[in-house]
Each structure stands twice: as structure tokens, then as C-alpha cells.
Design a protein around this ligand. Structure first.
Ligand SMILES: [Zn+2]
Length: 237
């Protein structure tokens, strides 16, 4: 049987039952964690444009050569480059049953282009999970974050404090409050997110693709509510 279902890996193989799952939510909403869990549960690849760029740069592809100087200068990579990459990635055989996108699309233009790519490649319905969190709670999550200097272990002085203040439980090293985790910087980031994302929320609401998820609950409960939405939609597992 294994031979029958073995990956034929022919580029351009058309996925029949594919579902695009998109996670929309502000920084601190737990998108990364939930994306990983959804990917594992449904055996779907977890995609991020950052990983794609790093991969192209490492393989020194044409796209990678165009993207590298922009990324090194910290400039925005233009939409056409992002989309070429996304289109190529989604055409890979591991995406034929769908994929989980975290942090993309970010703009209305990207959402429209992603929709066209998905139609072209015969993907089924797109699920957009909107991770909803109160701004005050986000602020608490983000300003309370402390990171271990040695091992990158993450704590939160409000929700997940270390046993000894300022010290990592796991390796005893110092916990750092990063300069971009302060209230001023965070409130700017959240505002920028809000301005950028509001049109996307409307776009997907009009298309009846948006499912709100209460992302203020514990991570396991958030996973459970996402699973109810996707299982209800009969995504093949
Ligand atoms: Zn540590």
C-alpha cells in the first residue's frame, strides 16, 4: 500500500483536497504556537515567509539573490517577490492537502493574490482563524515577557514567573527584558498591526471565511476551539 500512496513528487501535481489555513492575529496572540499545533494535528506544513526567504537565500535561487540584499538592509521585500515564493512553495507536494500560514497575508493585495494562487492550484476553501485578544491582555503578555540570556527560555512575570525573580529556572542564567518589549514600542506595534489588518478582517468576513477564536484562553483551550472549527469543516486528517 505504501508504494501506491508514495509521494510522486511531480512538480505541478494538483492537490485535490487542499485547505489553506491562515492565522490572523496581533503579536502576542500565540499564532506561532497554534500554527505548529494545527500543522501537527492535520499533518500539514507550517509555512512562514521568513523561512521561505531563508531557504531561497541558502539555496542561492534567483528569488534568494533578489531578496538577500533587501533583507540585509532591513527593507521590505516587494509583494511580487513574496508571491513568487509563496506560489512556488504551495505547489510543492507536501502542500497538496493544505498548509498552515502564520503571518501571511499581511495586506489586502497579498490576500487577493493568495486567493488567486489557491484557485489556480485547486485548493478548497480557505479557513481564516482570527485570534482575538483584548489589547490590555496583549500588553500584559508582551511587557511581562522575560527571556533567558543563555538558553532563550521564555517567562512571563505575570503568567509564568520564574521561581526566583530574574533567574532562569532551567539554567540559572539572567532573564532579560528586551528593549522592544516596552509599553511604548509595543503599543506602536499593536497600532500598526491594527491599521494593517482591519481591511483583511473585513475582506475575509465578507467572504464568510473568518472564524473568530478566543485567544485569551489557555493555549490548550485555544487549540481545542481551533480543532472544533477545523474538524467541523471536515479537513481530512
Ligand atoms: Zn534558561
Amino acid at each position: 500500500m505504501a508504494a501506491v500512496t508514495a509521494d510522486r513528487s511531480s512538480v505541478g501535481a494538483i492537490p485535490q483536497l487542499g485547505h489553506a489555513v491562515i492565522l490572523l492575529g496581533p503579536p502576542g496572540a500565540g499564532k506561532g504556537t497554534q500554527a505548529q499545533r494545527i500543522a501537527a494535528r492535520y499533518h500539514l506544513p507550517h509555512l512562514s515567509t521568513g523561512d521561505m526567504f531563508r531557504d531561497h537565500i541558502r539555496r542561492e535561487t534567483e528569488l534568494g539573490k533578489r531578496a538577500k540584499p533587501l533583507m540585509e538592509r532591513g527593507e521590505l521585500v516587494p509583494d511580487d517577490l513574496v508571491l513568487s515564493m509563496v506560489e512556488e512553495r504551495i505547489a510543492q507536494p507536501d502542500c497538496r492537502n493544505g498548509f498552515v500560514f502564520d503571518g501571511f497575508p499581511r495586506t489586502l493585495a497579498q490576500a487577493g493574490d493568495l486567493e488567486r494562487i489557491c484557485q489556480k492550484q485547486k485548493f478548497g476553501c480557505t479557513f481564516v482563524l482570527h485570534m482575538v485578544v483584548e489589547p490590555t491582555l496583549l500588553m500584559r503578555r508582551l511587557t511581562g515577557r522575560r527571556i533567558c540570556k543563555a538558553g532563550g527560555h521564555i517567562y512571563n512575570i505575570y503568567d509564568r514567573p520564574p521561581k526566583r525573580e530574574g533567574i532562569c529556572d532551567q539554567d540559572g542564567s539572567e532573564l532579560i527584558h528586551r528593549p522592544d518589549d516596552t509599553e511604548g514600542v509595543i503599543s506602536e506595534r499593536l497600532h500598526a498591526y491594527e491599521v494593517q489588518t482591519r481591511p483583511l478582517v473585513e475582506y475575509y468576513t465578507v467572504r464568510k471565511l473568518l472564524s473568530p477564536v478566543d485567544a485569551m484562553a489557555q493555549a490548550d483551550d485555544v487549540t481545542a476551539s481551533i480543532a472544533r472549527i477545523l474538524d467541523g469543516a471536515q479537513i481530512p486528517r
